[in-house]
Design a protein around this ligand. Structure first.
Ligand code: TUI
Length: 308
């Protein structure tokens, strides 16, 4: 299936895997790229040299294009931005901030730059400073989120810019992909369903928590601190939200989440850890390989859109 995004990135299918902190390491990224999508290594809060190692390992597993996501709140973001150039990474996506200061360096090195945005204003700014495409991420997404839903955000960003837009947030099957195309997107980015992919190294408990979760199990912590984060409800979200409602300070709240994602992904502590996932987790019912998932998505999408 050809779109402006598959052409830009040199991939077979318009499916991009979210660059999720702790989750999106090289096994998953290579699995998605080998299946014809675009895999991403998620740098999250990791040290810069970890990212370099991950890129080198991914190259051993795939000769297809893959990318790196930089979470811009990472104190080592500057170093990671340079490593991307040094290691010849073809695509970079960014989250939780504006990558303006790296744009010149990346463009000169021929890196394709795809910022994740949650508003029309940032989308326009990113186009002006040379972004090749954008991920428009709705508030249905997991992890650190903006305010606006995918249904509302995507068409407004599509109308505001002339670079291709990739829809994210709330997409986990062919109906979601087809709907995103109807809104004017040229590809989708998916996170939650890839968390439970066979190639995903997250703890079994994390996968089980997603698979057993229902429509109403999603919570947002940190709305008062300015860092809203979506996760599956558990003891941590319950305690966080109740303290937040009681007017707790950002420092006290921070203590509840500190290291929470690692605890859930690595240790399998899905009770007091942070089980970040999108609202669509309720739709995710099985662990498939990246190839099985992408084939299923494309079959459903092409049937709905009547394309091949
Ligand atoms: O970045 C994400 N999702 C993430 S990052 C992450 S790591 C983490 N975060 C918080 C606590 C613990 C771990 C987990 N999930 N998605 C991309 C995204 N970017 N969503 C929203 C934004 C965004 C928000 C505001 C981008 C830019 C922005 O404003 C920038 C500006 O300067 O105006």
């Amino acid at each position: 299936m050809k779109t402006e995004v598959t052409e830009l990135l040199g991939i077979e299918y318009p499916i991009i895997q979210g660059g999720m902190a702790w989750v999106a390491e090289y096994h998953l990224a290579a699995g998605v790229s080998n299946a014809g999508g675009l895999g991403l290594i998620g740098s999250g809060g990791a040290p810069a040299e970890w990212v370099r190692e991950q890129v080198r390992e991914a190259k051993k597993l795939t000769d297809k294009p893959f990318g790196v996501n930089i979470m811009l709140m990472n104190p080592e973001a500057d170093k990671i931005a340079e490593i991307i150039v040094e290691e010849g990474v073809q695509v970079v996506t960014t989250g939780a901030g504006s990558p303006e200061k790296y744009m010149k360096m990346w463009k000169e090195a021929g890196v394709k730059v795809i910022p994740v945005v949650a508003s029309v204003a940032l989308a326009k700014r990113m186009e002006r400073c040379g972004a090749d495409a954008l991920v428009a991420e709705g508030t249905e997404a997991g992890g650190h989120i903006g305010e606006i839903t995918t249904m509302v955000l995507v068409p407004q960003i599509v109308d505001a810019v002339s670079i291709p837009v990739i829809a994210a947030g709330g997409i986990a099957d062919g109906r979601g992909v087809a709907a995103a195309f109807m809104l004017g997107a040229k590809a989708v980015q998916m996170g939650t369903h890839f968390v439970v992919a066979k190639e995903s190294i997250v703890h079994e408990n994390y996968k089980k928590a997603i698979i057993k979760s229902k429509d109403i199990d999603s919570r947002v912590t940190g709305r008062t601190t300015g860092h809203p984060v979506r996760a599956i409800r558990n003891q941590m979200t319950k305690e966080y939200i109740s303290r937040e409602n009681a007017g707790a300070s950002p420092d006290e709240l921070e203590l509840l989440t500190l290291g929470g994602l690692r605890k859930a992904v690595v240790d399998g502590d899905v009770v007091s850890g942070s089980v970040m996932a999108g609202q669509i987790a309720g739709l995710v019912k099985e662990e498939l390989s990246c190839k099985e998932l992408i084939q299923k998505l494309m079959k459903e999408t092409t049937e709905l859109l009547g394309t091949r």
